[in-house]
Design a protein around this ligand. Structure first.
Ligand SMILES: Cc1ncc(COP(=O)(O)O)c(C=O)c1O
Length: 437
């Protein structure tokens, strides 16, 4: 009865009306990219409340790596809901949390024995890395990167190296955080420059013996999909070892098969001291984890870490199914194939528009295209990225923008996306692009 009524009401819903209600009910700070309200979704497709279909190149910002409503993932979620939804893992624990921690510990790159903790969001995972690093080293300082993004809580805003929109009006931020350049071939920032700047921080701001950790995204997400080279990550690893600092890899966006390996820093052959995971971990159920070397993870005293919802049974049961699907459907390999397919489309477009498409790059299925004026890397074209994502939405395609300069479109499809859907979506992308330039 209630469902029938809800369906009738929904039949009459219009995106424009919902957007009006949204604007009066939800604060503008929590903005939405397009006034499109979702009714249902399947794998890499979404249908809105007006019945219009969209191809989804965002996957909820790299969350549903196994696609919307993957049958096995959905079944695991529903089976858990049938049994119980919440007891609090710190009060009455359950096997799925232990099993998922075991899976994470085994999947984290490197041979040192690992332990995990569960929290609810990516920002919380980053915050907890800082807590653990400080408890282990008894040092306060954290080195982060220009263009990095680590979340919207106070500590993670402080670590984030992008002001607009994440930091405007929200200071003061925590002290003892210092930012250095992120090496970037396209923007002409070399590894040597980044490391020289770090030495300058040690001269001007904080002595290395007061630095607890360096935190880095192996591929900057919100910052624009720039990947740190293996050699840079290896140099950071050595530098941390030399100075007794920890190396934290933020794999929140790049993790769970997204870049062609389970975690991206595996490709550099390094082992993190601590690693953050969230997003792709549990098919859309809010769950996040810190995974790290066991002795470091055990530095905080019992009760020092946790939270009411951290490691929810629904999230853990779903996360176990996500692990299975990644393995069974070989999603690491698929991420690589997906990346290739997107890059083929984008490079063909770049050949026709070399003055506007400054760069096409990818790390597996983290794919980006960067817009400039006159083929000049120093003349970013953010208006095009903004207009293109709006136009794509009107034409049935979900696109996300990003970039320290706002001039990048990023593609983060489900790793289960069909190749034909990629081609169909890229045709929409190309048509919209050509209409705008
Ligand atoms: C690299 C990285 N770190 C941290 C976060 C914050 O995660 P959450 O939004 O779940 O708090 C994000 C989210 O986009 C991210 O991409």
């Amino acid at each position: 009865m209630y469902i029938e009524l809800a369906l009738k009401v929904k039949d009459k819903m219009k995106n424009a009306d919902l957007q009006k209600r949204k604007e009066s009910a939800i604060a503008r700070g929590q903005a939405n990219m397009a006034p499109v309200y979702v009714d249902r979704a399947l794998n890499a497709e979404i249908w809105d409340v007006e019945g219009k279909r969209y191809i989804d190149f965002g996957a909820g910002i790299a969350v549903v790596n196994t696609g919307h409503n993957h049958p096995k993932v959905k079944a695991a979620t529903l089976a858990q809901i049938e049994r119980f939804c919440h007891t609090c893992v710190m009060v009455s624990p359950y096997e799925s949390a232990v099993a998922l921690a075991e899976k994470l510990n085994a999947a984290a790159p490197g041979n040192t024995p690992k332990k995990s903790i569960f929290v609810t969001t990516g920002a919380e995972a980053v915050e907890n890395c800082v807590k653990i690093a400080r408890a282990h080293t008894s040092r306060p300082g954290i080195i982060a990167f220009n263009g990095g993004y680590h979340g919207r809580t106070n500590m993670t805003m402080g670590l984030t190296g992008k002001v607009n929109p994440y930091k405007i009006g929200f200071g003061p931020f925590p002290s003892d955080i210092f930012h250095i350049p992120y090496p970037n071939d396209y923007l002409g920032i070399t590894e040597e420059e980044a490391l020289a700047d770090l030495q300058l921080r040690f001269t001007c701001d904080i002595e290395p013996s007061r630095v607890a950790a360096i935190i880095i995204e192996p591929v900057q997400g919100e910052g624009g999909f720039y990947q740190a080279s293996s050699s840079f990550l290896q140099k950071l690893r050595k530098l941390c070892d030399d100075h007794g600092m920890l190396l934290i890899l933020d794999e929140i966006q790049s993790g769970f098969a997204r870049t062609g390996t389970m975690f991206c820093h595996e490709q550099a052959g390094i082992e993190a001291d601590l690693m953050t995971t969230a997003k792709g971990i549990a098919g859309g159920i809010p769950l996040a984890a810190v995974v790290g070397k066991a002795d470091i993870m055990d530095a905080p005293i019992p009760g020092g870490l946790g939270g009411t919802y951290g490691g929810s049974p629904i999230g853990c049961a779903t996360g176990l199914a996500v692990f299975d699907v990644i393995e069974e459907e070989k999603l690491c390999e698929r991420a690589t194939l997906i990346g290739k397919r997107f890059v083929e489309h984008l490079k063909a477009l770049q050949a026709d528009f070399p003055n506007i498409i400054g760069d096409v790059r990818n790390s597996g299925a983290m794919i980006a295209v960067e817009f400039v004026h006159d083929g000049d890397v120093n003349k970013p074209y953010p208006e095009l990225a903004k207009k293109l994502s709006a136009k794509a939405s009107e034409n049935g395609l979900v696109l996300l923008s990003c970039g320290i300069r706002g001039n990048v479109i990023r593609f983060l499809p489900a790793l289960t996306i069909e190749m034909e859907i990629i081609d169909e979506g890229m045709e929409i992308f190309k048509c919209c692009f050509k209409e705008l330039v």
